[in-house]
Design a protein around this ligand. Structure first.
Ligand SMILES: Cc1cc2nc3c(=O)[nH]c(=O)nc-3n(C[C@H](O)[C@H](O)[C@H](O)COP(=O)(O)O)c2cc1C
Length: 195
């Protein structure tokens, strides 16, 4: 007795079993496609979620506070390896960023990256360093308590025996005239990047 429903094609009768493999194969293809679409959708949503979270919390998931922490005297000094991992932090860096030396050393320098900084600024920074040049510019940095501080940064390669072994940065307070220009420029760049 035939247990499967019969399917008639070109006058010939076929059982379900004859078509089973074709059905299963096409189902697998269908589910695979649906799964890929779902993955694509959810990764798009994830990246949107990440983007909005980074605006609110910064890369380091610190809740942003719209309040400046004044850096108005002294020099912040830090060094990194070739990948931007902090190898040295002076006392001023700790005081202004709110982190201890132990919390800073061994971490990527982006630990103090503020989400209001345009990505293109860091792209330019690394392009300069990778071509063996120094980089000067203004950075808005994130303290560990969510407040921000501005600094005029001078970063250069550390060279030993003609080989670049890392980078060092000195940061001084920003002048009022420099700051107003940077705020204007970064706002425009950030706006462009969000489109
Ligand atoms: C010596 C040195 C100092 C740096 N200082 C800062 C800084 O003060 N603030 C900052 O956001 N990034 C700084 N950077 C760049 C960071 O390594 C990083 O590229 C940046 O925060 C952007 O993060 P991302 O590369 O993960 O997007 C510095 C890099 C080097 C090599």
């Amino acid at each position: 007795m035939q247990t499967q429903a019969s399917i008639s094609q070109n006058g010939q009768s076929h059982s379900y079993a004859d078509f089973k493999d074709v059905f299963i194969k096409s189902n697998i293809q269908y589910y695979r496609k649906a799964l890929e679409e779902k993955k694509e959708k959810s990764s798009h949503l994830d990246s949107q979620k990440d983007y909005f979270q980074s605006i609110i919390y910064g890369k380091n998931k610190i809740k942003l506070i719209d309040e400046e922490y004044k850096f108005d005297d002294g020099l912040i000094v830090s060094s990194t390896d070739l990948k931007g991992i902090i190898t040295y932090a002076n006392r001023k860096f700790c005081e202004i960023s709110g982190y201890t030396k132990d919390e800073l050393v061994g971490k990527n320098h982006n630990i103090i990256r503020h989400p209001h900084m345009p990505r293109v600024v860091f792209k330019e920074l690394w392009n300069s360093l990778h071509s063996g040049n120094e980089w000067k510019g203004i950075v808005k940095n994130l303290r560990n308590d969510g407040r921000y501080y501005w600094a005029y940064s001078h970063i250069m390669p550390i060279v030993e025996d003609k080989i670049v072994i890392g980078y060092s940065a000195t940061k001084r307070p920003v002048l009022a005239s420099e700051l107003s220009q940077a705020i204007e420029l970064y706002k425009r760049l950030l706006n462009e990047e969000s489109y």
